[in-house]
Design a protein around this ligand. Sequence first.
Ligand code: SF4
Ligand code: SF4
Length: 442
Amino acid sequence: MMDMTKREKAIQKAFKERMDETELLNCMRCGFCLPACPTYIETGFDETQSPRGRIALMKAVHDGLISPDDDVERSLNLCLGCRACEPVCPAGVQYGHLLEEARDIFNEYNRHSLPVKTVRKTVFEGVFPHQNRMEKTIGLLSFYQRSGLQKAVRKIGFMKLFPENLRQMEKVLPEVPSRKEMKNRPMKLPANTNQVKSKVAFFSGCLMDTMFMETNDATLKLLQKAGCEIVIPEGQNCCGALHGHSGEKDKAMELAKKNIDAFEDTGADYIIVNAGGCGAFLIDYGHLLKDDPEYADRAKAFAGKMKDISEILYELDFHQQVPLSIKNQTITYQDSCHLRNVMKTFLAPRALITAIKGAEFKEMDKADSCCGSAGIYNIIEPEMSMRILDHKMEKVVETKAHTIVTANPGCLLQMKLGIEREGLSDRVRAVHIVDLLLEACN
Ligand code: SF4
Ligand code: SF4
């Protein structure tokens, strides 16, 4: 019998009780997923940093063959959670579900230091679940940007105290709205067409409705132009993706239930989202709440209505009905991993961009591969994230694009960071697809 610490024994027991053995057994070790995995490639083909290797480690811990030691935890932590391994898997292994459960178990028996615990508690419990506190936090950032404080901080070199990636991130943050500007939205908006083509409910998101408020405004305008009557339910909150991916499953479930309550009686045909990371988590509520007798069926119904903004615009023929034109430029598209691999949306954004007069669409090599943003991965795993980003930027440069389009706030910031790192800010920009489409409408 191998030696295990008390903590390792508790983790092993939890793996035995909670990990889905059938899903673990579904992996037939074929290796088809290996070429799709960025961490496998970036580590020089280290099997423990591949989907197959990670599943083998989870299975071995489940079976009590190895102890859940630091190496196992490190392998799971270095995973981007991009889920690029899922669409290429012939056995249909739901890797993302295995990863989330394993991380949740490790987090339950975490050894975080007091400062890390405090930061996690503040972010996961204190800020993100409460929209008014999100607004206050972004309001403080707005004050920092507009009051001259940002200029002063940069001038005295204060930012040099921070790691390079955080310094660069600070440079590329968008100019955020003030608290006053984060006005209360109307709960309903009419279609801007003679005929209502669809009744939709809008998932406004926590970060999207504060830091990226202009993109939310653009989304609503496009939906109206496309013929959608819109309802924006009160009581909705953060989707819970950040919590679910960081081992805070209970909190994610709590947030999911509140969202289901908020959207249930809207009578909408679809629930529209404009952030790939949120959409992929929302569409997975059926799995998240599968064991909850009160919410299991309601979660499935909620998930069945999810649709990304590009998908609905494409389905409603927005690009054929509304004239779209832009000053001549080359445009490329970086997939949001979760939008592509989980929501299966990748043709619609390309078709919409291609329909813009003056835009020359240039497909990027490996556009479907993660940019290294992956939620907060670029903050907690900066070295791997920047390696992936630098390789991504080589592909961007090959396209000679003036504009990089994305469909998720994390990818958008990461692309801006890549532009800054490559010194391309005088000739390349990164934009969210709805902002590009609205620009093309004017
Ligand atoms: S492709 Fe699927 S079945 Fe094959 S090794 Fe990867 S996870 Fe396992
Ligand atoms: S989620 Fe992404 S990084 Fe993680 S194993 Fe799958 S392909 Fe690799």
